[in-house]
Design a protein around this ligand. Structure first.
Ligand code: MG
Length: 306
């Protein structure tokens, strides 16, 4: 196997939104700059949501304003509704990501409206994004299980995906928001999505490592045909609706697995690990990722002990 796999770094959003404290804006900007230096070209840099509900993302506009925008880099703003989309557009995001939850109960808890209303909002946002020349993609959240409704029928997940596909996005993602998915499920959902969605739609997957199945799920997703995967530096993050949830799959662990399996990610693993080490110092604690502890392999010959 040898083909490119695109990595979308979600640490600055999905990771930091679950931190107990709020990282200063300058530190968020430095994190994003360091990740870009390491070769990441798509980054979910913030979310445009209610600052009362998610105080960690209250500085969304300031983060965008402070970034040194580089050519060829996608600065993604996560939005959940029209108001968020308008803020993301005004702040200068060159890609927006919208989330629609497969579970109606979860959608109501997270977004204050039912799944149908979020789908309608997405269809309008996609139209407006196209008119504004901004790339837009959408995630089907809780696609592998819901903390309130339990198992998500595959037919329901595909139905939501087909409805959001009507906006002709370049990409649709499937998210294991709470970290309950297993590889067999991933193979089925991604495989079925590939069959029922238009061939022009690229697929992406988003995993949390809550039950230690994250990297296995990522490999199954690549095997089933996704062209991109979300991950967070150091594996930071959690989920407000999943007690004891760990973060996303760690970016450096994912890069290690993919590159040693022959996939191209375009990421400099040494620079990425240095960024994770910096992040540990900045947060004042160790992160869940394992590569930062174990180290890369093989090490340069000069680094080997005699
Ligand atoms: Mg997530």
């Amino acid at each position: 196997m040898s083909r490119p796999v695109e990595i979308v770094e979600v640490g600055p959003r999905d990771g930091l939104q679950s931190e107990p404290g709020v990282l200063p804006t300058a530190a968020k900007i430095e994190l994003i700059e360091r990740l870009t230096d390491a070769g990441l070209r798509r980054l979910e840099v913030t979310s445009f949501v209610n600052p009362k509900k998610v105080p960690q993302m209250a500085d969304a506009e300031a983060v965008l304003a402070g970034l040194r925008k580089r050519d060829g880099v996608r600065y993604i703003g996560l939005v959940l509704n029209q108001k968020g989309f308008e803020r993301a557009l005004a702040a200068g995001c060159n890609e927006v990501g919208m989330a629609v939850v497969a579970s109606d109960t979860f959608n109501r808890r997270n977004q204050g409206v039912g799944t149908d209303e979020s789908i309608a909002a997405w269809l309008a946002i996609a139209r407006e994004a196209k008119a504004a020349g901004v790339r837009a993609q959408v995630t089907v959240s809780a696609a592998f299980g819901c903390p309130f409704e339990g198992e998500m029928p595959v037919a329901r997940v595909l139905e939501v995906a087909q409805r959001v596909a009507e906006a002709e996005p370049f990409e649709i993602a499937f998210a294991d928001t709470i970290g309950v998915g297993v590889p067999a499920q991933v193979s089925e959902i991604i495989g079925r999505a590939r069959e029922v969605l238009p061939k022009t739609v690229q697929l992406r997957a988003h995993f949390h490592n809550t039950r230690n199945t994250g990297l296995a799920n990522a490999y199954a997703a690549v095997d089933a045909g996704v062209s991109a995967l979300d991950s967070s530096v150091g594996g930071i993050g959690g989920c407000p609706f999943a007690p004891a949830a760990t973060g996303n799959i760690p970016t450096e662990d994912l890069v290690y697995m993919l590159s040693r399996s022959g996939f191209q990610t375009g990421i400099d693993l040494d620079k990425l690990v240095a960024t994770t080490e910096w992040l540990q110092q900045t947060l004042g604690r160790s992160v869940p990722g394992m590569l930062v502890k174990a180290g890369n392999f093989p090490k340069p010959a000069s680094a080997c002990a005699a």
